[in-house]
Every structure is written in C-alpha cells, then in structure tokens.
Write a protein that binds this ligand. Structure first.
Ligand SMILES: [Zn+2]
Length: 276
C-alpha cells in the first residue's frame, strides 16, 4: 500500500517521569518535513528512531548516539506507528521518555489533539515476501507474508491473575481503542528486585499494573481482561517502528521481549535490503 506521509499539524508537549529512572522529563513533538523520518533531539544530538541506534534493551528499548541516550521509547513509537506518523522531531529534556499512565493512550490523545496532516510525499509499506523468524530459548518472533499488518502475541506467567493469554491485533482494528490503552505491568515479587537494580524508580500504581500485590483485584483495575498480552503487542508494535518503514506482514510473538523484537527488526531489515 502506498499513502501520503504524515506529520503533526502543530507541536505538542508531554511532561511526566521516567518509569525506570524516576527522572522528570519533558517531551515535545514537532512537525517535520517529508522523508525526515522520526528523529529524537537531545543535548544537541540527533538520534533517528531506527534499529541502528538501539544501544540497550534491558526492560525497555533505548536509543543512543555519541554517548547521548534516550530511554524507553517503545510506547511513544507505538503511538506514532499506530497513528501512521512518518515524520517527527522529538525533543527530549530528561534521560527517559515519560511513562505517562504506562500506556500509549496519552500520547495518542495528545497527537490527535494537535492534529495530523498529510504531506506531499509518499510512503510504501514493506511487503514481506518470505517467512522469517528469530528465537531464543522459549521465545520466538515469527513473520509470514500477509495482505495486511497483523500482530499476534502469546504470554504465559505463573501468576494466576495473568496465566496464559493470547491476542490478535488486526491492521483494521482501531489502534487507539484496542492497543493504546494497555498498560505496563509487573509482578509484586519483582518489585524489590527491580529496585535493587535501580530500575522501576518512577513506577507507581498510576503507571504500572502490579499483579499479585496484596489487595490487587484484577477485575476492578484492568482496562481489558487480557491487558498484559495487549501491552506486549503494544511493545512489539513500538519496536517494529524501528524498521523505519511501515510493515505489511503477519507477526507472531511468543514470550518475546525488547531484545528479541530488536533482533527481529534487524533480520527484517536485512530481508528488506535483499528485496530492494
Ligand atoms: Zn511496555
């Protein structure tokens, strides 16, 4: 599919804290010209939001260049991919993208409030032509040729509040209602360990679901019965934006995380170069 490239009609700012660092952050999205792509600006350094600039994937996807790092980009990128924003300059003050409510919904609402405009330049989906996959242990990301963009995820956790979950997001589903609201989650048993490693300092009960916490009632707190697997698909959608081009394929992720997602994007990019 070929369509007009898109950017914002005007700039929009978000403020909050980073979930891992707890640091205050201010994020401003600026309209950008045709063919620029999505580019972060921090401390005078431009960091394109593509797989070549991934510097680490421990619990979040972090981009960097010349020693400057922008952390936890995945939910913002998922919002940009979900709303088909191709060109954007993202100014970040602070070490990490603010976590907001743990989902991509606040970013979507802000972007839709600012307005989206079509530009005089086109973008064409990358149509995957042959199956490919990456795997590690029990985790797998697999793609098959398809006539549209479909994402399916499967997770399994020992927590009885989560258990085994599967979900499929179809390209024709509404991103803002089906995926964007699904929030970051964790488990009560992990919280202490995370704090010991210096992660999760900005996490609280407003921006992450903590399953198995004493008194936590899933039925009262969840936006979707299967919110965890939807969030994992949201993370995958954000990491897939790092390909730098919209994808047309069916992608299945089983027990995958940012590290495997990014390895998968590198594999896809190799394939895309072969087909070019
Ligand atoms: Zn996430």
């Amino acid at each position: 599919m070929c369509r007009a490239q898109r950017t914002l009609a005007e700039r929009v700012t978000f403020t909050g804290v980073g979930i891992h660092t707890g640091a205050k952050a201010r994020l401003t999205l600026h309209p950008a010209p045709v063919d620029q792509g999505i580019v972060f600006q921090k401390d005078g350094v431009s960091i394109p939001a593509t797989y070549q600039y991934v510097v680490s994937t421990q619990r979040s996807t972090n981009l960097g260049r010349e020693g400057v790092v922008v952390a936890t980009v995945e939910h913002l990128l998922a919002a940009l991919g979900g709303l088909s924003i191709d060109n954007l300059t993202i100014e970040l003050e602070g070490p990490e993208v603010p976590i907001m409510d743990g989902s991509a919904l606040p970013f979507c609402e802000g972007i839709e409030g600012a307005g989206i405009v079509e530009q005089e330049g086109e973008v064409e989906d990358y149509h995957l032509e042959r199956p490919l996959f990456v795997a590690q242990g029990e985790s797998l990301v697999l793609a098959m040729p398809d006539s549209q963009y479909n994402l399916e995820g499967s997770v399994e956790y020992p927590s009885p509040q989560v258990g085994l979950q599967r979900y499929r997001y179809c390209g024709y589903d509404n991103f803002v209602t089906h995926l964007a609201p699904a929030r970051t989650f964790g488990f009560w048993s992990e919280v202490q360990e995370l704090l010991q490693h210096g992660l999760g300092r900005g996490g609280d009960l407003q921006n992450a679901l903590v399953f198995d916490r004493p008194g936590f009632k899933a039925e009262e707190n969840l936006r979707f019965r299967n919110e965890p697997v939807r969030h994992k698909i949201l993370d995958l959608a954000g990491d897939l934006v790092l390909l730098g081009r919209p994808l047309c394929a069916f992608v299945l992720a089983i027990k995958a995380g940012h590290k495997l997602h990014v390895e998968f994007v590198r594999r896809l990019a190799q394939e895309m170069e072969k087909d070019a």
